[in-house]
Design a protein around this ligand. Structure first.
Ligand SMILES: [Zn+2]
Length: 331
Protein backbone atom coordinates (compact mmCIF):
# COMPACT_ATOMS: atom_id res chain seq x y z
CA UNK A 1 0.00 0.00 0.00
CA UNK A 2 1.30 3.47 -0.83
CA UNK A 3 1.63 6.19 1.81
CA UNK A 4 -1.18 8.13 0.06
CA UNK A 5 -3.38 5.05 0.16
CA UNK A 6 -2.71 4.53 3.86
CA UNK A 7 -3.53 8.18 4.55
CA UNK A 8 -6.77 7.89 2.59
CA UNK A 9 -7.77 4.91 4.72
CA UNK A 10 -6.96 6.87 7.87
CA UNK A 11 -4.12 4.58 8.89
CA UNK A 12 -1.38 5.90 11.13
CA UNK A 13 1.88 6.74 9.43
CA UNK A 14 4.51 4.11 10.08
CA UNK A 15 2.02 1.23 10.32
CA UNK A 16 3.36 -1.70 8.32
CA UNK A 17 0.73 -3.87 6.67
CA UNK A 18 1.48 -7.44 5.63
CA UNK A 19 1.69 -7.55 1.85
CA UNK A 20 0.67 -11.21 1.59
CA UNK A 21 -1.25 -13.65 3.80
CA UNK A 22 1.19 -16.40 4.80
CA UNK A 23 -0.66 -19.44 6.19
CA UNK A 24 1.03 -21.52 8.87
CA UNK A 25 2.54 -24.55 7.10
CA UNK A 26 2.39 -27.05 9.97
CA UNK A 27 0.12 -27.34 13.02
CA UNK A 28 -0.26 -29.52 16.12
CA UNK A 29 -3.39 -31.68 16.35
CA UNK A 30 -5.14 -33.91 18.90
CA UNK A 31 -5.78 -37.62 18.36
CA UNK A 32 -8.16 -38.08 15.41
CA UNK A 33 -10.03 -40.90 17.13
CA UNK A 34 -10.33 -40.19 20.89
CA UNK A 35 -9.31 -36.50 21.00
CA UNK A 36 -6.49 -37.03 23.54
CA UNK A 37 -3.40 -34.81 23.56
CA UNK A 38 -1.25 -37.44 25.28
CA UNK A 39 1.12 -39.10 22.85
CA UNK A 40 4.58 -40.48 22.48
CA UNK A 41 6.84 -40.03 19.49
CA UNK A 42 7.61 -43.22 17.61
CA UNK A 43 9.59 -41.65 14.72
CA UNK A 44 11.20 -38.26 14.44
CA UNK A 45 12.91 -37.27 11.22
CA UNK A 46 14.78 -33.96 11.62
CA UNK A 47 14.73 -31.09 9.13
CA UNK A 48 16.39 -31.94 5.82
CA UNK A 49 16.47 -35.65 6.69
CA UNK A 50 16.73 -36.23 2.96
CA UNK A 51 19.59 -34.20 1.49
CA UNK A 52 17.87 -31.65 -0.81
CA UNK A 53 20.78 -31.87 -3.25
CA UNK A 54 20.10 -35.54 -3.84
CA UNK A 55 16.38 -36.03 -3.26
CA UNK A 56 13.05 -34.66 -4.46
CA UNK A 57 10.80 -34.73 -1.37
CA UNK A 58 7.52 -33.33 -2.74
CA UNK A 59 5.37 -35.93 -0.92
CA UNK A 60 7.54 -35.96 2.22
CA UNK A 61 7.56 -32.25 3.04
CA UNK A 62 6.73 -30.38 -0.20
CA UNK A 63 10.51 -29.88 -0.68
CA UNK A 64 10.51 -27.45 2.28
CA UNK A 65 13.08 -29.32 4.40
CA UNK A 66 10.62 -29.76 7.30
CA UNK A 67 10.78 -32.22 10.17
CA UNK A 68 8.38 -35.19 10.26
CA UNK A 69 7.08 -36.60 13.52
CA UNK A 70 4.94 -39.74 13.83
CA UNK A 71 3.29 -40.23 17.24
CA UNK A 72 1.14 -42.80 19.02
CA UNK A 73 -1.85 -41.77 21.15
CA UNK A 74 -1.29 -42.90 24.77
CA UNK A 75 -5.04 -43.33 25.26
CA UNK A 76 -6.26 -45.24 22.18
CA UNK A 77 -3.08 -46.30 20.36
CA UNK A 78 -3.85 -44.43 17.10
CA UNK A 79 -0.67 -43.56 15.18
CA UNK A 80 -0.67 -40.21 13.40
CA UNK A 81 1.48 -37.38 12.11
CA UNK A 82 1.92 -34.52 14.59
CA UNK A 83 2.62 -31.81 13.73
CA UNK A 84 1.35 -31.93 10.21
CA UNK A 85 0.52 -29.72 7.22
CA UNK A 86 -2.30 -27.25 7.93
CA UNK A 87 -5.45 -27.35 5.75
CA UNK A 88 -4.35 -24.07 4.12
CA UNK A 89 -0.90 -25.38 3.19
CA UNK A 90 -1.88 -28.96 2.32
CA UNK A 91 -2.02 -28.37 -1.45
CA UNK A 92 1.76 -27.88 -1.42
CA UNK A 93 2.18 -31.60 -0.67
CA UNK A 94 0.18 -32.52 -3.78
CA UNK A 95 1.79 -30.84 -6.81
CA UNK A 96 -0.22 -30.85 -10.01
CA UNK A 97 2.58 -30.84 -12.52
CA UNK A 98 2.54 -34.55 -13.38
CA UNK A 99 -1.20 -34.78 -14.17
CA UNK A 100 -1.87 -35.01 -17.92
CA UNK A 101 -4.63 -33.10 -19.76
CA UNK A 102 -6.02 -36.35 -21.12
CA UNK A 103 -5.62 -40.05 -20.44
CA UNK A 104 -6.07 -43.02 -22.75
CA UNK A 105 -9.41 -44.41 -21.57
CA UNK A 106 -9.21 -47.65 -23.59
CA UNK A 107 -5.72 -48.39 -22.27
CA UNK A 108 -6.57 -47.45 -18.66
CA UNK A 109 -9.65 -49.70 -18.68
CA UNK A 110 -7.79 -52.58 -20.38
CA UNK A 111 -4.78 -52.42 -18.02
CA UNK A 112 -6.64 -51.81 -14.77
CA UNK A 113 -5.44 -53.40 -11.53
CA UNK A 114 -8.81 -53.60 -9.77
CA UNK A 115 -9.72 -57.27 -10.42
CA UNK A 116 -9.40 -58.15 -6.71
CA UNK A 117 -11.43 -55.11 -5.69
CA UNK A 118 -14.25 -55.78 -8.17
CA UNK A 119 -14.64 -59.41 -7.01
CA UNK A 120 -14.42 -58.30 -3.38
CA UNK A 121 -17.18 -55.72 -3.79
CA UNK A 122 -19.44 -58.00 -5.86
CA UNK A 123 -19.13 -60.72 -3.22
CA UNK A 124 -20.18 -58.38 -0.41
CA UNK A 125 -22.98 -56.64 -2.33
CA UNK A 126 -24.67 -60.01 -2.84
CA UNK A 127 -28.04 -59.73 -4.52
CA UNK A 128 -28.50 -55.96 -4.28
CA UNK A 129 -29.89 -54.92 -7.68
CA UNK A 130 -28.01 -52.11 -9.48
CA UNK A 131 -26.39 -50.88 -6.26
CA UNK A 132 -25.11 -47.31 -6.10
CA UNK A 133 -21.44 -46.93 -5.25
CA UNK A 134 -19.40 -43.84 -4.49
CA UNK A 135 -15.62 -44.01 -5.06
CA UNK A 136 -13.98 -41.33 -2.92
CA UNK A 137 -10.71 -39.94 -4.31
CA UNK A 138 -11.38 -41.53 -7.70
CA UNK A 139 -8.56 -39.80 -9.64
CA UNK A 140 -9.55 -40.30 -13.32
CA UNK A 141 -12.60 -42.45 -12.45
CA UNK A 142 -11.25 -45.76 -13.77
CA UNK A 143 -12.74 -47.76 -10.88
CA UNK A 144 -16.34 -46.46 -11.07
CA UNK A 145 -16.24 -46.80 -14.85
CA UNK A 146 -15.25 -50.46 -14.47
CA UNK A 147 -18.07 -51.02 -11.98
CA UNK A 148 -20.59 -49.38 -14.33
CA UNK A 149 -19.81 -52.27 -16.70
CA UNK A 150 -20.81 -54.61 -13.87
CA UNK A 151 -24.30 -53.07 -13.69
CA UNK A 152 -23.55 -50.85 -10.72
CA UNK A 153 -24.58 -47.20 -10.52
CA UNK A 154 -21.03 -46.15 -9.68
CA UNK A 155 -19.73 -42.59 -9.50
CA UNK A 156 -16.61 -40.94 -8.15
CA UNK A 157 -15.55 -37.72 -6.46
CA UNK A 158 -12.08 -36.24 -6.80
CA UNK A 159 -10.69 -33.09 -5.18
CA UNK A 160 -8.07 -32.41 -7.85
CA UNK A 161 -9.50 -30.26 -10.65
CA UNK A 162 -6.83 -31.36 -13.16
CA UNK A 163 -7.71 -35.04 -12.61
CA UNK A 164 -11.42 -34.32 -13.12
CA UNK A 165 -10.68 -32.33 -16.28
CA UNK A 166 -8.51 -35.17 -17.62
CA UNK A 167 -11.31 -37.67 -16.81
CA UNK A 168 -13.90 -35.53 -18.63
CA UNK A 169 -11.58 -34.95 -21.61
CA UNK A 170 -11.07 -38.71 -21.88
CA UNK A 171 -14.71 -39.80 -21.84
CA UNK A 172 -14.82 -41.14 -18.29
CA UNK A 173 -18.39 -41.06 -16.94
CA UNK A 174 -19.66 -39.84 -13.58
CA UNK A 175 -16.51 -38.18 -12.18
CA UNK A 176 -17.36 -35.18 -10.01
CA UNK A 177 -15.14 -32.47 -8.58
CA UNK A 178 -15.44 -32.41 -4.81
CA UNK A 179 -14.52 -33.71 -1.38
CA UNK A 180 -16.59 -35.41 1.32
CA UNK A 181 -17.35 -31.91 2.64
CA UNK A 182 -19.13 -31.06 -0.62
CA UNK A 183 -20.79 -34.46 -1.13
CA UNK A 184 -24.24 -32.90 -0.70
CA UNK A 185 -23.73 -30.94 -3.95
CA UNK A 186 -22.92 -34.11 -5.88
CA UNK A 187 -25.89 -35.93 -4.33
CA UNK A 188 -28.15 -33.02 -5.31
CA UNK A 189 -26.87 -32.95 -8.87
CA UNK A 190 -27.51 -36.72 -9.19
CA UNK A 191 -30.92 -36.34 -7.46
CA UNK A 192 -29.81 -39.12 -5.14
CA UNK A 193 -30.66 -39.65 -1.48
CA UNK A 194 -28.73 -42.77 -0.44
CA UNK A 195 -25.54 -44.63 -1.31
CA UNK A 196 -25.47 -48.43 -1.00
CA UNK A 197 -21.69 -48.74 -1.00
CA UNK A 198 -18.70 -46.43 -0.59
CA UNK A 199 -15.13 -47.25 -1.67
CA UNK A 200 -12.08 -45.50 -0.24
CA UNK A 201 -8.87 -46.94 -1.68
CA UNK A 202 -5.52 -45.56 -0.49
CA UNK A 203 -7.34 -42.51 0.77
CA UNK A 204 -8.23 -42.61 4.48
CA UNK A 205 -4.55 -42.32 5.48
CA UNK A 206 -4.41 -38.93 3.69
CA UNK A 207 -7.46 -37.32 5.36
CA UNK A 208 -7.25 -34.59 7.99
CA UNK A 209 -10.45 -35.66 9.79
CA UNK A 210 -11.29 -39.27 8.90
CA UNK A 211 -13.79 -39.61 11.75
CA UNK A 212 -15.72 -36.51 10.65
CA UNK A 213 -15.59 -37.65 7.01
CA UNK A 214 -16.86 -41.16 7.86
CA UNK A 215 -19.71 -39.64 9.86
CA UNK A 216 -20.60 -37.40 6.91
CA UNK A 217 -20.66 -40.43 4.58
CA UNK A 218 -22.69 -42.47 7.09
CA UNK A 219 -25.51 -39.91 6.80
CA UNK A 220 -26.04 -41.01 3.20
CA UNK A 221 -25.90 -44.75 3.83
CA UNK A 222 -28.84 -46.98 4.78
CA UNK A 223 -28.55 -49.38 7.71
CA UNK A 224 -26.36 -52.26 6.45
CA UNK A 225 -24.83 -49.99 3.73
CA UNK A 226 -21.28 -51.08 2.93
CA UNK A 227 -17.96 -49.32 3.21
CA UNK A 228 -14.86 -50.73 1.46
CA UNK A 229 -11.51 -49.36 2.64
CA UNK A 230 -7.96 -50.16 1.55
CA UNK A 231 -5.15 -48.68 3.61
CA UNK A 232 -1.66 -49.62 4.79
CA UNK A 233 -1.33 -51.40 8.12
CA UNK A 234 1.40 -50.14 10.45
CA UNK A 235 1.35 -53.43 12.33
CA UNK A 236 2.30 -55.25 9.07
CA UNK A 237 5.34 -57.41 8.47
CA UNK A 238 6.75 -54.73 6.16
CA UNK A 239 6.74 -52.10 8.89
CA UNK A 240 8.15 -54.54 11.45
CA UNK A 241 11.06 -55.40 9.17
CA UNK A 242 11.83 -52.00 7.62
CA UNK A 243 10.85 -49.64 10.50
CA UNK A 244 11.78 -46.01 9.90
CA UNK A 245 12.69 -46.79 6.26
CA UNK A 246 9.18 -48.14 5.49
CA UNK A 247 7.84 -46.83 2.16
CA UNK A 248 4.60 -45.48 3.65
CA UNK A 249 6.08 -43.05 6.19
CA UNK A 250 5.82 -39.54 4.73
CA UNK A 251 4.09 -36.20 4.99
CA UNK A 252 1.09 -37.06 2.80
CA UNK A 253 0.11 -39.82 5.22
CA UNK A 254 -1.58 -38.20 8.20
CA UNK A 255 -2.82 -41.48 9.78
CA UNK A 256 -1.30 -44.95 10.15
CA UNK A 257 -3.94 -47.51 11.13
CA UNK A 258 -3.78 -51.07 12.47
CA UNK A 259 -6.74 -53.50 12.41
CA UNK A 260 -7.43 -52.45 16.02
CA UNK A 261 -7.37 -48.67 15.48
CA UNK A 262 -9.33 -48.70 12.19
CA UNK A 263 -11.98 -50.82 13.94
CA UNK A 264 -12.22 -48.30 16.79
CA UNK A 265 -12.46 -45.38 14.34
CA UNK A 266 -15.19 -47.06 12.29
CA UNK A 267 -17.15 -47.98 15.42
CA UNK A 268 -16.99 -44.38 16.63
CA UNK A 269 -18.29 -43.16 13.25
CA UNK A 270 -21.33 -45.48 13.18
CA UNK A 271 -19.95 -48.55 11.36
CA UNK A 272 -19.31 -52.16 12.32
CA UNK A 273 -16.34 -54.03 10.83
CA UNK A 274 -17.40 -57.12 8.83
CA UNK A 275 -13.97 -58.35 7.70
CA UNK A 276 -10.31 -57.37 7.32
CA UNK A 277 -8.40 -59.19 4.57
CA UNK A 278 -5.09 -59.08 2.77
CA UNK A 279 -5.16 -59.84 -0.96
CA UNK A 280 -2.44 -62.00 -2.49
CA UNK A 281 -0.38 -62.21 0.71
CA UNK A 282 1.38 -65.42 -0.29
CA UNK A 283 1.96 -64.20 -3.83
CA UNK A 284 3.67 -61.05 -2.59
CA UNK A 285 6.18 -63.09 -0.58
CA UNK A 286 8.05 -63.62 -3.84
CA UNK A 287 8.79 -59.87 -3.74
CA UNK A 288 10.79 -60.33 -0.53
CA UNK A 289 14.28 -60.58 -2.11
CA UNK A 290 13.53 -57.58 -4.37
CA UNK A 291 12.42 -55.49 -1.40
CA UNK A 292 15.61 -56.32 0.49
CA UNK A 293 17.69 -55.32 -2.54
CA UNK A 294 15.78 -52.03 -2.66
CA UNK A 295 16.41 -51.47 1.01
CA UNK A 296 20.18 -51.93 0.57
CA UNK A 297 20.12 -49.46 -2.32
CA UNK A 298 18.12 -47.00 -0.17
CA UNK A 299 20.73 -47.14 2.57
CA UNK A 300 23.50 -46.68 0.03
CA UNK A 301 21.88 -43.56 -1.49
CA UNK A 302 21.19 -42.06 1.97
CA UNK A 303 24.88 -42.40 2.79
CA UNK A 304 26.58 -41.75 -0.53
CA UNK A 305 23.96 -39.80 -2.50
CA UNK A 306 22.70 -40.26 -6.02
CA UNK A 307 24.47 -39.67 -9.31
CA UNK A 308 23.14 -37.11 -11.76
CA UNK A 309 19.63 -35.80 -11.25
CA UNK A 310 17.70 -35.64 -7.97
CA UNK A 311 15.76 -38.82 -7.19
CA UNK A 312 12.36 -39.22 -5.54
CA UNK A 313 13.17 -39.89 -1.87
CA UNK A 314 10.94 -43.03 -1.73
CA UNK A 315 12.27 -44.67 -4.90
CA UNK A 316 14.16 -47.33 -2.93
CA UNK A 317 12.10 -47.39 0.28
CA UNK A 318 10.75 -50.92 0.78
CA UNK A 319 7.31 -52.33 1.59
CA UNK A 320 5.88 -55.82 2.05
CA UNK A 321 2.40 -57.29 2.74
CA UNK A 322 1.21 -53.94 4.05
CA UNK A 323 -2.27 -53.34 2.63
CA UNK A 324 -5.37 -54.29 4.59
CA UNK A 325 -8.82 -54.36 2.98
CA UNK A 326 -11.66 -53.60 5.34
CA UNK A 327 -15.40 -54.14 4.85
CA UNK A 328 -17.66 -52.32 7.28
CA UNK A 329 -21.40 -51.83 7.41
CA UNK A 330 -23.51 -48.99 8.69
CA UNK A 331 -24.98 -49.75 12.13
ZN1 LIG B 1 -6.46 -41.46 20.84
Amino acid sequence: MTAAGAKALGLLPGLVLPTKFEPKVQEHVSCGCCGSDQYETIHHFPENYFDPEWFDTYSWDANLGLELRIVECKDCGLIYQNKRFSPEALHQLYPNTYIPAKINKVKEIANHKFAFHIDWIKKHMGNTKNPSLLDVGTRYGVFPNLLRREKMDAFGIEMNLKCVQAACNSGMEEVYLGTIDSLNNVMDSRAQKQIDAVAMFDLIEHLLDPKGDLKAIAKYQPKGGKLFISTMDISSMGYKVFGKDWYYLHGQHTFYFTPKTITALLESAGYRVVSIDRFGALKSLRHLPGQFRKWMKFQWTMRWGVKGEQEWFAKYRPHLLDTMNIVAEKK
